[in-house]
Design a binder for this molecule. Structure first.
Ligand code: C5J
Length: 221
């Protein structure tokens, strides 16, 4: 049954049966001290304020029978799926694959690659590991969405201007109708978050729609 989210730049109609919530990279490596985000010099405390809203969005999606997908930026232990350029970027003393306070940085199976405790995947959720910033690059996400009959995406996670925006643009180019849940996404740079919201909705929604969680909740109430 079609629901409508009051969004920018205009209303976003969607059918929960054909909609997925895609929660991007809510991992300890990006949100906690000692992880990849901190090693890049970021103030990681800027991301955790969205965790309660993300938990509400996930719970809402599960209650309404929506597909829930958690993405995870992580590499295999041999770093076979990590381009040398990505490993070298930033010239970090402790970078991707190196042992750090949260285990090997950005490596699958290590503590840092895991999800923050309040957003652990629940039975029925899908977890998608990805080697890049966009969730469609070198993954089976498009095939999964097609198989599930998904046409609409509600997107949250971190960071807004890197993995969230990249994924939203990839999805938009593939024909998915995408809405960024604005208070379920965050950046180490609040001005970048704000700019992405504007970029998404500009030009008649050239990348998609944006709305706060309260509007998603209202649409489903
Ligand atoms: C970054 C991400 N920022 N999940 N990854 O490197 O946005």
């Amino acid at each position: 049954m079609t629901k409508t989210i009051h969004a920018r730049p205009y209303d976003f109609p969607f059918d929960p049966a054909h909609t997925a919530v895609v929660m991007i990279d809510m991992q300890r490596d990006f949100l906690e001290a000692g992880g990849f985000g901190a090693m890049l010099g970021n103030d990681v405390s800027r991301l955790s304020p969205i965790v309660p809203a993300c938990a509400r969005l996930l719970a809402l999606a599960r209650r309404h029978g929506m597909t829930v997908i958690h993405t995870q930026e992580a590499h295999d232990p041999q770093l076979a799926d990590c381009p040398p350029s990505k490993k070298a970027r930033g010239g970090l003393a402790c970078g991707i694959g190196d042992p750090g306070p949260l285990g090997r940085v950005l490596v699958a199976g290590e503590p840092g690659a895991g999800f923050v405790p309040d957003l652990l995947p629940q039975p029925g959720d899908l977890v998608l590991r990805k080697p890049g910033k966009g969730a469609f690059y070198a993954t089976s996400l498009d095939a999964i969405l097609h198989a599930q009959g998904i046409t609409h995406l509600l997107i949250g996670g971190v960071t807004t201007e890197v993995c969230v925006q990249t994924t939203m643009r990839e999805a938009n180019d593939r024909g998915y109708e995408c809405l960024l849940v604005t208070d379920c996404a965050a950046s180490y740079f609040p001005e970048f978050h704000a700019a992405v919201v504007e970029m998404v909705v500009a030009q008649g929604g050239i990348v998609g729609w944006a709305a706060p969680l309260a509007e998603v909740e209202r649409a489903l109430s």
